[in-house]
Design a protein around this ligand. Structure first.
Ligand code: PMP
Length: 433
């Protein structure tokens, strides 16, 4: 009898309703495929070159220096030296006074800052506008909070005179964007520089978004993890610095992206106390705080950068310089084999058109899987080169809109980029011979 009742108990559903429809994630599959088959991995977004010496030295000092308390808990909402230096840094960037204790919160990567935003600010039935293509976690995070994602696409304009397309050619249609705002809209997610396209939103585009946010009393979750990775002398403009936006914006950043140390998982949220106080409630009741020792080392990294701000030795000046060269090299090499790249203005990603290689990977009509996804799987299994299909950055309803593109990450050693280029060149020769 006891045995039967135990069995009956176990047969009830175990999954919470909030997970319905979000339990599949393409990253799980693509990360596994890359681990199994890739010889060259330009898929997931992380550098394969070392984090800068000053950062690694800061971690070593924190680990073996005299302060053994760095191995213990620290302040929940951010290790004091880190929130202090972040506040100083963002005071400079935003031109306003910040309180380290109320305007900054440290999180476990930008990922957790995003999660805190959605949990803290989005209610059942609220709509959240997401610009496509988007960093994929926004959609499930909105849904988990009970909100409804509303998508608005960046639309590509064909480039003129046979030139390569730029990420700047992908633009919002102002009327279409405006049509998505209503009294149900709680927030818009902005990601500039944008993953996956590398688009850096212009002042005009940000102005339009800001105007709509103010008009409809909408919050802005501004994911700026690639803020330092902007090329060709372009400027990253912070939407929070636009008229009427500070009070309604949470800025999200990542030490992983900023200092090429994605495994450290240190991120932050910067914003007005009226928003951050609610993020703190979520953080307090879920993660509590992120590793003290990593926060200490990141704090020292920022202290160095504050001292060298704008100088040639600054990592925030050097890293984009180096990455721009890598970008240019990959652009040339992809163009050379006919895989037309969309030149990114920022980030360390590049989206390229796979059309000339399609004959090797036949289409399966009426398949539920977008073509680019099948192509990327075929490529890693047969050519050993890992990349991510662009359709992974679209909602379910729109994932078949652009299926001719894959995304490469170029935050890689020269040898890695060269190996990728060799694979593509060999592939192209095999096709033509
Ligand atoms: N936002 C964007 C746009 C990203 O590309 C990433 C990482 N790929 C994150 C947030 C997450 O950053 P972190 O690793 O600091 O959690």
């Amino acid at each position: 009898f006891i045995f039967h009742s135990l069995q009956a108990k176990m047969s009830r559903p175990v999954q919470a309703r909030r997970l319905e429809g979000i339990d599949k994630n393409i990253w799980v599959e693509f990360v596994k495929l890359a681990a199994t088959y890739s010889k060259v991995n330009l898929g997931q977004g992380f550098p394969d070159f070392p984090a800068p010496d000053f950062l690694r030295e800061a971690l070593t000092r924190a680990l073996s220096g005299g302060n053994h308390m760095l191995h213990q808990y620290t302040r929940a909402f951010g290790h004091p030296p880190l929130v202090k230096v972040l506040a100083q840094f963002f005071e400079k960037l935003l031109g306003r006074d910040l309180d380290p204790m109320t305007n900054v919160m440290v999180t476990v990567g930008a990922y957790q800052a995003l999660f805190c935003c959605f949990q803290a600010l989005v209610d059942e039935g609220d709509e959240v506008i997401i610009i496509e293509p988007f960093f994929d976690c926004y959609e499930p995070m909105v849904k988990m909070a009970g909100g409804t994602p509303v998508f608005v696409p960046l639309r590509p304009n064909p480039p003129k005179d046979g030139k390569l397309m730029s990420s700047a050619d992908w633009q919002l249609d102002p009327a279409e964007l405006a049509s998505k705002f209503s009294e149900r809209t709680k927030a818009i997610v902005l990601n500039s520089p944008n993953n996956p396209l590398g688009k850096v939103f212009s002042r005009g585009e940000l102005g339009l978004i800001a105007e709509l946010c103010v008009k409809h009393d909408v919050l802005c979750i501004s994911d700026e993890v690639y803020e330092w990775l902007v090329y060709d002398g372009k400027q990253h403009i912070r939407i929070a610095s636009l008229q009427g936006m500070w009070e309604r914006t949470v800025i999200i950043g990542s030490a992983g992206k900023t200092f090429s140390a994605t495994g450290w998982k240190v991120g932050w949220a910067v914003g007005p106390d009226r928003l951050l106080q609610h993020l703190r409630t979520v953080h307090q009741n879920s993660v509590y705080h992120c590793a003290t020792i990593a926060q200490e080392a990141v704090a020292q990294g920022f202290q160095r950068e504050l001292m060298l701000y704008g100088k040639p030795e600054s990592y925030f000046v050097q890293l984009p310089k180096e990455l721009q060269q890598k970008r240019d090299w990959l652009v040339q090499s992809l163009d050379g084999v006919g895989m037309k790249p969309i030149i990114p203005e920022g980030t360390y990603f590049l989206v390229a058109d796979i059309s000339p290689f399609k004959s090797d990977v036949p289409d399966v009509p009426n398949s539920d899987e977008p073509y680019d996804s099948r192509f990327a799987k075929w490529m890693v299994k047969n050519k050993g080169l890992a990349a991510i299909p662009l359709s992974a950055f679209y909602s379910e309803a729109h994932k078949n809109n652009y299926t001719n593109f894959i995304r490469f990450c170029f935050a890689k050693e020269e040898a890695t980029l060269k190996a990728a280029s060799d694979i593509l060149q060999k592939w192209k020769q095999e096709k033509t011979s």
